[in-house]
Structure formats: C-alpha cells, structure tokens
Design a protein around this ligand. Structure first.
Ligand code: NAD
Length: 350
C-alpha cells in the first residue's frame, strides 16, 4: 500500500494506492466517514465489473447504499445530466451528513464530484478512479465540472474529495485505447517535472512491464500532481503546467470533430508540436522533440498531424477558456523534466 497526503489545510486528504483495495472499500470509507447513507455514481462499463463488489463491501460495513449507473462517455458529462442525478439524490433523501462515491473514469469523477459540490450546497465525496487517466490525474486536485454545448468543462468548481482510493488492478479491464490515453498523461508528468520518471518509462516498453510497475507509476504521478496542487490549488499559476500539450491537443481534437483523435492522442500530438515550435523559436535549452517522439511511439501514441486549415486550429485555441483574456499561456518544457508557463500571444502558433 502506498499513501500520499494532499495538504490543503482543512481540505486535506489521503490518496491510497493498492492492488485489490476495492475489496476493502467499506473499511477504507469508514476511516473518513461515519454517516449513514452512501450514493455511488458510476457508468455501465465500470458497473459491469465492479459495481456489485463496491456496493457489497460498503453494505458489509453497515452503510445504506444506492447506486446510479450512467451511460459511459463524454456525452454524459453534460449539464443536462445534472437534474437526473439531483432527482435520484432527492429520492434517496441524501443529506449533507451523507456521502457520494464516484466509481469510474474522469467523466464520472468530474460529474459526480460536481454533483457533490452543488447538491444541497455540498455533500462530502470520495473518488474511486478506475481509468488510468483518472488514477493519475483527474481524481486528484478537486477540479470537478461538466461540459456545456459551447465547450468542455465550462461549468464546475474546485471541490476536494475526502479521500482518493486507487486500485490499480481494475486497469486490467480497461480497453487498450483508454490505457494509452492515460499513458499520454503519465508521460506528460515525466516531461513537466521528472526526468527520472521519463527514464523509467523508457525502459518499460510493453503494457505488461508497465502493469508490473503500475503502483509506483501511479504513486509518482499523484505525488507530482499533489505537489503542484498544494502550491496552486485554484490554477492561477504553476498548476497550468499540467496542461502541457493540452491547449494544442484540444484544438486538434476539435478540428477533427472529436472522433478522429482521443484526448490522450490530442495531448500527445500537442506535446510534440509545442516542443517543435519552442525549439524553432529558440525558447528551450535542450533539443528534445525527438525524445518526445520516441516515447510516444513506444506507447502507441501519435505525434504529428497534417493540418491544412491552420487558421481553424488557431481559432479553436483562442476560444479555449484557458486562454481567455489578452495573453495566451503556453506551457514550454525548458529542459527535460522542467516545464514552465510562458506568456505569449496567439501569434506563437503562426
Ligand atoms: N478534473 C480534472 O482535473 C481532469 C483532468 C483530466 C481530465 N479530466 C476529464 O476526464 C475525462 C476523461 O476521463 P477518462 O479518460 O477516464 O474517460 P471516461 O471516464 O470516459 O473513461 C474512459 C472509458 O473507460 C471506461 N472505464 C473506466 N474504467 C474502467 C475499467 N476499470 N474497466 C473497464 N472500463 C473502464 C469508461 O466506462 C469509459 O468508457 C474528460 O472529461 C476530461 O475532461 C478531468
């Protein structure tokens, strides 16, 4: 078992990482919650494998448990889903002394966390992330929210969970394409904060080898995110480095109508192209774009795309909420394992 503590004064919490920990979910929850009712929010794919296990483990500890199973996919993370969740919470008569558990990937964590933040002006919640992306990234740091028809993550809150419980064994049932998506974020952590992590990942050249080391990998990623969030919880400065490759990645995803590239693939292409652009502009002390390319290929991720309509991509970047205001913030990897926020303008991409 590996444990990390996220130090955010009265909003501090533990992240527990252990293979098989899901079987003791009830006991883990009892350490931080002594109320009566628990409402689980999950999706169909995750419910199929782990819904009953989680519910039983909680009931064994004497909790009264209700479960809501949503459709899988980003479409569920929409503002329109919220009234359905609130209705079920009202039916169950959940109070502010009760608890919500999000059991799923980033979609469930984000929308379930936002339900917890907003229902009755906030109900405590625990994250039980089940995708690699959620285990290394979205479940830690308290960003919760939903999408609007005009864009992703436009409504939300900073609302920290009471605990994050990570069972790396559940990744066995995650589809390969989602595993690769998570790996794009894992690789990102190496680039932004840890050359050692990058070097370690380079040696793990198959999914089997990655899975053998997965507990340590998740721990290292969560530790990097924890450190950054502790210094900049509200995303006003350093936390933005977590977006390395993301602005360009999102724009590329959007340009291709969200069905050609997954989020992780967009990020992968974004990281490589930002590195290329910053090298061309002489902003970096080392030339490392080929190192980025090498590790992306090793993990089955793309690095380049041909873009004919460059202006459309630039338009998408300027509409991204992270770039609202006059300056554009781009994350530059100054050297391997060291990224910084760089203030520029949209002309950076021209
Ligand atoms: N809050 C944050 O800080 C933050 C950070 C990064 C990303 N995100 C958000 O996370 C979302 C993406 O997360 P995601 O990639 O986890 O997507 P997701 O939640 O859609 O999960 C991906 C797929 O894997 C399935 N799945 C999850 N765990 C499984 C398991 N153990 N076995 C079998 N299938 C499983 C899901 O049903 C889904 O089909 C996006 O909405 C993104 O905006 C949030």
């Amino acid at each position: 078992m590996r444990t990390l503590k996220v130090n955010l004064k009265e909003n501090s919490y533990d992240i527990k990482i252990e293979k098989g920990i899901l079987k003791s979910l009830g006991k883990e929850v009892k350490e931080v919650f002594n109320g009566e009712k628990i409402f689980i929010i999950t999706d169909e794919n995750v419910d199929k494998y782990y819904g009953t296990l989680a519910k039983n483990s909680l009931e064994e500890e004497g909790f009264k448990v209700e479960k809501l199973v949503l459709k899988p996919g980003e479409e569920t993370k929409s503002f329109e889903t919220m009234p359905k969740i609130y209705d079920r919470l009202l039916d169950f008569k959940l109070t502010r002394k009760d608890l919500i558990i999000t059991l799923g990937g980033g979609v469930i964590g984000d929308i379930g966390g936002f339900s917890a933040a907003s229902f009755l002006r906030s109900v405590p919640f625990i994250q039980v992330p089940t995708s690699l992306l959620a285990q290394v990234d979205s479940s830690v740091g308290g960003k919760v929210g939903v999408d609007l028809p005009r864009g992703k993550n436009l409504v939300g809150a900073f609302y920290q969970p009471k605990k994050v419980i990570i069972d790396p064994l559940v990744l066995e049932t995650l589809e390969d394409r989602f595993f690769r998506d998570g790996m794009a974020e894992v690789i990102k952590y190496g680039f932004i904060r840890s050359k050692d992590l990058y070097l370690k990942l380079l040696k793990l050249d198959s999914k089997e080898k990655l899975m053998e080391n997965i507990e340590d990998i998740i721990y290292e990623c969560c530790d990097i995110k924890r450190t950054i969030v502790e210094r900049d919880e509200k995303d006003l400065g350093e936390r933005m480095v977590l977006n390395f490759g993301h602005t360009l990645g999102h724009a590329i995803e959007k340009y291709y109508g969200f069905n050609k590239y997954t989020h992780g693939e967009g990020v992968a292409i974004g990281m490589y192209n930002i590195a290329k652009l910053s090298e061309e502009k002489g902003l970096v002390s080392e030339n490392y774009k080929d190192l980025i390319k090498e590790i992306l290929i090793q993990n089955g991720l793309p690095f380049n795309v041909s873009i004919d309509e460059k202006e459309e991509i630039i338009e998408a970047i300027s509409l991204d909420k992270k770039n609202m205001g006059s300056t554009l913030k781009v994350i530059i990897m100054k050297s391997l394992g060291n990224a910084e926020v760089y203030d520029t303008t949209i002309d950076f991409f021209r």
